[in-house]
Design a protein around this ligand. Structure first.
Ligand code: AMP
Ligand code: GLY
Length: 431
């Protein structure tokens, strides 16, 4: 029997989740709360309809009421903030099936101090670190420490809480802003000062039901705003999967040394981890080490991983929620997928909103291309306008990465909004 599902969130990741769920033969309707201009469509052959519902991601009673009224078979939570605030616990208490970790399990992302202590306790490879709750002690340590370090706010800081700087004075200023000026609020009350590692980075996301863990193909995000990795850090300007320089044998090793021990450790501690475990990794001369954990699908990683998923996302997510992931065979398409983020003028700093977007229909006609909306809205005339910093993610599948990239960049030529900027070197050099 076909069922209704709810996706919580409003970015490109949530559009990609709704897109994949609407292709499930088990799904008759997708609701996205609150969604964006791209997450609304009518049903057609083999595709379930998708509707937006104006309930915000932090309105747990409103979301629970929606799930009950609409008889939602499964809710998938996109962003980390509601997970860290306990949305999965609230749904579970209300008797509603949910895909995403509990508040206690989401600590792996919400508290870097928790994550680092957990990794140390369970022998999961990560950089050496110290945790501080006193500004004076942290500041003293910074001036004494030998070797390069990275400063991190322990709590959630919307991707801005990691400071990598060579200059000691600047690092101390950043510490002061974090701990004394409280630029990240309570998230900066505890800080981590961590050994600075170097090497290529890779994101490995995995489905888990708390016991079984199944990695997805590895992905690589481009975090800097401009070509050649110049400019400020962003939420991600483009991404590709798989990653040619990470072999299947290495994925197996990452599963054995990092992913499975994490899931086992969380279960042993009485806080089983179910949902997506996202491991941000660096390949160092001593092997792969964890840079960070996220408790959810990545954005824009999801926009390249899901187009390659051959199996049914609804079946996988439901099996995770019901602790029977071992019964599911997860298959992936051959080939590669790349996404390029089209950003607002000025992003990641100040940017205007409400710019009209043209060419979306034409771009979507390109072979193997999906245009996922991120920061978009609909104006009074029903037309798409910009509504955020990262506006659109143009994803394309190809038989290999160069073909996927070519298709994505060709489709972008049809899209326009004033001041639109994007990187032209996504996937170039495969690094
Ligand atoms: P995160 O928000 O934890 O993903 O960190 C953002 C970026 O900071 C990562 O993608 C890395 O490039 C960098 N970073 C974080 N931790 C370290 C570290 N220990 N050594 C070197 N770079 C790091
Ligand atoms: N792409 C990085 C993240 O989702 O955190």
């Amino acid at each position: 029997m076909a069922q209704k599902v709810l996706v919580i969130g409003s970015g490109g990741r949530e559009h990609a989740l709704a897109w994949a769920l609407a292709r499930s033969s088990r799904v008759e309707r997708v609701y996205v709360a609150p969604g964006n201009a791209g997450t609304v469509w009518a049903s057609s052959d083999g595709l379930a309809e998708s509707r937006n519902v104006p309930v915000s991601v932090d309105d747990f009673p409103g979301l629970i009421a929606l799930a009950k009224t609409e008889n939602i078979a499964l809710t998938i939570v996109g962003p980390e903030v509601p997970l860290a605030a306990g949305i999965a616990d609230a749904f579970t208490e209300a008797g509603l099936p949910v895909f995403g970790p509990s508040k206690a399990a989401a600590q792996l992302e919400a508290s870097k101090a928790f994550a680092k202590d957990f990794m140390k306790k369970h022998g999961i490879p990560t950089g050496d670190y110290r945790t501080f709750t006193s500004f004076e002690q942290a500041d003293k340590y910074l001036s004494e420490v030998s070797g390069p370090v990275v400063l991190k706010a322990s709590g959630l800081a919307a991707g801005k809480g990691v400071i990598v700087l060579d200059n000691l004075d600047k690092l101390r200023q950043a510490l002061r802003r974090m701990m004394q000026d409280k630029v990240f609020g309570e998230a900066g009350d505890t800080v981590i000062i961590e050994e600075r590692l170097s090497g290529p980075e890779v994101s490995v996301l995995a489905f888990s039901d708390g016991k079984t863990i199944v990695p997805m193909p590895p992905a690589r995000d481009h975090k800097r705003a401009f070509d050649n990795d110049e400019g400020p850090n962003t939420g991600g300007m483009g991404c590709y999967t798989p990653v040619p320089d990470v072999s299947q044998a290495e994925i197996d090793e990452i599963k054995r040394t990092i992913l499975q021990p994490t899931i086992d450790g969380m279960r042993e501690q009485g806080t089983p981890y179910s949902g997506v475990l996202y491991a941000g990794l660096m390949r160092t001369t001593e092997g792969f080490k964890v840079i960070e954990f996220n408790c959810r699908f990545g954005d824009p990683e999801t926009q390249v991983i899901l187009p390659l998923l051959e199996s049914d996302l609804f079946d996988i997510a439901k099996a995770c929620a019901e602790e029977r992931l071992n019964e599911i065979d997860i298959r992936w398409k051959k080939g590669a997928c790349a996404t390029v983020v089209l950003a607002s003028p000025g992003y990641p700093d100040q940017y205007p909103k409400g710019l009209s977007i043209s060419g979306l229909d034409k771009a979507a006609l390109h072979k193997s291309v999906s245009v996922f909306h991120a920061g978009t809205a609909i104006d009074g005339n029903g037309l798409p306008i910009t509504g955020g910093g990262r506006v659109l993610n143009v994803s394309a599948v190809g038989s290999d990465l160069p073909e996927a990239l070519k298709r994505a960049y060709n489709a972008i030529e049809d899209i326009h909004f004033d001041g639109m900027h994007f990187r032209r070197d996504i996937g170039k050099n495969y690094a």
